[in-house]
Ligand binder design. Structure first.
Ligand code: 13P
Length: 287
């Protein structure tokens, strides 16, 4: 059986000193590409799915097909709801084969974030599903919210607050704001490494880095040493998938078979996933 919870994957990654990649997928091609890379690299993997992705591909795909695909995978794999905001969808995922859910209350006050995240943690953990919360605010390029150092520093995670947040909510991992923002198309994020170390010194559960498409390769290696054990990648995969498809169509304008058109996108995305797996140190860690 290959389907694991995030807690199983991340506690092991923390003990052994590497990070597990959480790769955002929207459809069957991206799911296959991510799994192929993980299997070839013998790496544990987290398949991350947003509420928007579920709306796009449909509930039967993510609730029936994907859990079966992960169950059959040759590596330990978790199915994770990324940035869950609607309680109804979070609880649906909990009951329908997801092995991990994130509740994103980062835009709420500290007290409201604690109260809502704790509710999710109690309900999900009763069903043996892992829970991730977020404290501080990673934000996104599209939404115009920046938490980059030198930008709006008050959005970055405060180490003491992170400690209290984890203790009060009972979550299994925590997303921290340390300088990345979602949706960056270039690796130009300036990450506050000392902040990661300060949080890791106080917080016992694995730390999660969101918006890591913007993190330079060498920084990805360093964040793992500082205490990050789950790294989220989305935008970089969309970029590589789109590039693969666009290049193929440009040089083969008469091909109409979607299998032939989409495979180059899958291959290009697969190489991106493979590179990240190697950078995060999870290659060869499957058990
Ligand atoms: P990017 O799309 O910026 O890589 O962020 C992914 C992410 O953090 C998903 O939660």
């Amino acid at each position: 059986m290959s389907l694991k919870t995030n807690k199983e994957l991340l506690d092991r990654a923390k003990a052994e000193g590497y990070a597990v990649g959480a790769f955002n997928v929207n459809n069957i091609e991206q799911t296959i590409a991510a799994l192929e890379a993980a299997e070839e690299e013998k790496s544990p993997i987290i398949i991350a799915v947003t509420e928007g992705a579920i709306k796009y591909a449909g509930e039967p795909f993510f609730f029936d097909a994907v859990p079966k695909m992960l169950e059959a995978a040759g590596v330990p794999a978790s199915l994770h709801l990324d940035h869950g905001k609607k309680m109804e969808m979070i609880m649906k995922c909990v009951g329908k084969g997801f092995t991990s859910v994130m509740y994103d209350g980062s835009s709420l006050s500290f007290e409201a974030n604690v109260a809502e995240t704790r509710k999710v943690a109690e309900a999900a953990k009763a069903r043996r599903v892992s829970v991730e919360g977020e404290i501080g605010r990673v934000g996104g390029v599209e939404s115009g919210v920046s938490s980059a150092p030198g930008g709006d520093e008050e959005l970055l995670t405060d180490p003491e607050e992170a400690k209290r947040f984890v203790e009060l909510t009972g979550i299994d991992s925590v997303a921290v704001a340390v300088g990345t923002v979602h949706g960056m198309r270039k690796q130009t994020a300036k990450i506050d490494l000392d902040r990661i170390s300060a949080i890791a010194a106080l917080v016992t559960v694995p730390l999660v880095l969101h918006g890591a498409s913007g993190a330079p390769d060498e920084t990805c290696v360093e964040v793992v040493k500082r205490g990050i054990h789950k790294i989220n990648i989305g935008t970089e995969l969309q970029k590589s998938f789109a590039r693969g498809v666009a290049d193929f169509i440009a040089s083969n304008p008469d091909v109409i078979d979607p299998r032939k058109i989409l495979r180059p996108g899958m291959n290009s995305m697969k190489e991106s996933v493979r590179n990240k797996i190697r950078l995060f140190g999870s290659a060869g860690r499957a058990w």
